[in-house]
Design a protein around this ligand. Sequence first.
Ligand SMILES: Cc1cc2nc3c(=O)[nH]c(=O)nc-3n(C[C@H](O)[C@H](O)[C@H](O)COP(=O)(O)O)c2cc1C
Length: 336
Amino acid sequence: MDLRTQYMGIELSSPVIVGACNLVSNLKNLRKMQEAGAGAVVYRSLFEEQLHLENLEISEAMAEYNNRNSEFNTFMPEFEHAGPKEYLAHLKKAKSVLDIPLFASINAVYEESWVQYAKQIEEVGVDGIELNLYVVPNEMDSGAFEALDWQIEIIKKIKAAISIPVAVKLSPYYSNPLQIIRRMEDAGAEAFVLFNRFFQPDIDLEKETLSFPYNLSGENDYRLSMRFAGLLYKNLDASICGSGGIFTGYDVAKLILAGADAVQVVSTLYKNGIGQINLINNQLKSFMESKGYESLDDFRGKLSKININDPFAYNRAQYIDILLNSRDIFKKYPII
Ligand SMILES: Cc1cc2nc3c(=O)[nH]c(=O)nc-3n(C[C@H](O)[C@H](O)[C@H](O)COP(=O)(O)O)c2cc1C
């Protein structure tokens, strides 16, 4: 059974990519991911905000020390902040233990940093870069299109500065993600990761404070990216990568049927262990065997919008249909 797939011009042995997360920081985990049959790994993001915070903490700690011994200031050679150096060093190590492709991921704040980090990352020798693009709207007056135009500009500048492939991991919260994806493809993006998942704060009622729980995806969450994969299939030259709530090989089969080229998994690895990658590949193979498929191309996009006859399947009109046939739901969930 052939699980090979093309992802932004790179051949992967399996469509299952480990998504950006903290598990990748450990070299042992990386080896396990490769042994379990991952097609590729995305390294955790280089967050510029985090570098600024770390620098601030270091500066504050040093300033405190300086106050205790004011003369120390003059003896102390100028402190050079680590910047992305530490991240780049980890990335290099990660690359050295893997034979499968390794992609880096960046989230920067300033335009110059995006481009500068992308260039530095390319020098490490990774196989591609994922741009972790998001704006979390929190001001009433900031314009919707300004943020988008800025993101398109970043993609263009990065593409002009580096030669390895560039993927964009984007938010589902645009008024029309399909048009945004088209514009981003025109700007040079070679793959789209559907979608970024944001951590939402919760409230601790007892303490009456905001809390920040680690919430992993739930099973069935894959449907959002599956729907968009189905809408995008054959409308793009760029690769489509499903992400969010993909737990089993059967979920992967659904994403491929909708039209995805690859998928990313994270929560399932936290919940079920890294060995889950092996199980996912085997489940995908068993689905293929049961249907007589020998390669992913045999069924990719079979259930995409352009390949099915039902014009309503990818529209909300389907929801009306569900409401009209509400007897089924009452049978399943009888109201007591
Ligand atoms: C602990 C943890 C760390 C993560 N770190 C990153 C990151 O550095 N960059 C990024 O783009 N996404 C990050 N993510 C998001 C995942 O890459 C992924 O998009 C999200 O978890 C949805 O996929 P899943 O349903 O398979 O978990 C992280 C997720 C988790 C749970």
